[in-house]
Ligand binder design. Structure first.
Ligand SMILES: [Zn+2]
Length: 346
């Protein structure tokens, strides 16, 4: 028991120096009684499909620089959709030895098209704040009366708050089980989307890719070091977090290190893959605890490229083209020629 305590103390003291705050944030929430540890279950429900996740970005700014542009936000969505579907250009950097476990998730992200009241929306909120920065320990960015903005229904939307985080933190997320009023992802405004000509090595939008991995239940690949307790056997054990851009191959626990996994800490330009097990875990969480994200029509797959609020749904068919009720796989056909593929559990 004492060993475990020392272990956590050592870990906790290093967290504050690190780029991702999700593990420490989970400790905060547990200590405040705002996290249901038993809420996580492996239901073995993983299924291949296409899953459309409606996202709302809450931009909270104290100056023009923090009030990032729509283009910046769109660039983040494109990175997410590439990374979660092995469509990222640098997927070709996955070493041959890991190609057999690298996997696409079928998860796609769109800007929400309807707000919680059912009105059309851009999927982006902008809130001026008097606060110059936000701390992970206070949650003010998630509370309107504290200078931030309350989340949209966290069962139906993936809320991403973008603000100036104090310290060196790039972002943090809630794992499944967090209190609904705090559920979602927070990213420092400097690391949201692709920032061309940035001096930072975290300028390619991978902070959100990583944090959303936590949101869907993934642990760091270096979680507990060589003991390999990250819950996935196809992510080799690795002794500690990796910074910079290491060359391949290298070993730390007697096996090849998968430093290019999105759930490590390398530079944005040097991470490029999830594994099959990680994908299984994420889909498990999505169609388990986070099924509400799939149960509403707030998402249109094509909304990334153009937003047409006036298009009308003509027909809902199954994969064989037969009219169907909204159950399992189905396809919505709109009068402007676009289609939306969905998967729904009832
Ligand atoms: Zn992390």
């Amino acid at each position: 028991m004492r060993l475990i305590l020392i272990f956590f103390l050592v870990f906790s003291s290093t967290f504050s120096q690190e780029k991702c705050g999700s593990e420490l944030y989970r400790e905060f929430l547990i200590s405040k009684g705002l996290f249901n540890v038993s809420n996580f279950s492996d239901r073995g429900l993983s299924q291949i499909g296409q899953y459309d996740i409606p996202v709302v970005f809450h931009i909270i700014y104290n100056n023009d620089q923090e009030n990032i542009s729509d283009d910046q936000i769109i660039s983040q969505l494109e990175v997410l959709n590439n990374d979660y579907n092995t469509e990222n250009e640098d997927f070709s950097n996955v070493p041959d030895t890991f190609l057999n476990v690298a996997s696409s998730s079928g998860i796609r992200f769109c800007l929400a098209q309807l707000d919680p009241l059912g009105n059309g929306t851009s999927g982006i909120t902008r809130t001026y704040t008097d606060l110059e920065s936000f701390s992970m320990s206070e949650d003010k960015m998630k509370i309107t009366s504290e200078g931030g903005i309350d989340p949209w229904d966290t069962e139906k939307y993936l809320n991403i708050w973008v603000c100036n985080l104090s310290g060196n933190l790039l972002g943090f997320a809630t794992y499944p089980g967090a209190d609904a009023s705090l559920d979602g992802v927070v990213i420092d405004y400097e690391y949201l989307g692709v920032v061309i000509n940035s001096p930072s090595p975290y300028n390619l939008g991978r902070t959100a890719t990583h944090e959303i991995g936590h949101f869907f239940g993934l642990e760091h690949t270096f979680y507990a070091g060589c003991s390999d307790w990250d819950g996935c056997e196809d992510t080799p054990p690795i002794s500690s977090s990796t910074f910079g851009c290491p060359s391949f191959p290298q070993e730390s626990c007697g096996s090849l290190d998968m430093t290019m996994n999105f759930m490590d800490y390398t530079n944005d330009a040097c991470m490029c893959m999830f594994t099959m097990c990680q994908v299984d875990k994420m889909i498990d969480v999505l169609i388990g605890q986070r099924i509400g994200l799939l149960e509403n029509s707030f998402c249109a797959y094509n909304s990334l490229h153009y937003f047409n609020p006036n298009k009308k749904l003509i027909q809902v068919v199954d994969v064989l083209g037969r009219n169907t009720s909204n159950n399992g796989f189905y396809i919505e056909i709109y009068d402007d020629g676009t289609v939306k593929k969905k998967y729904l559990l009832k």
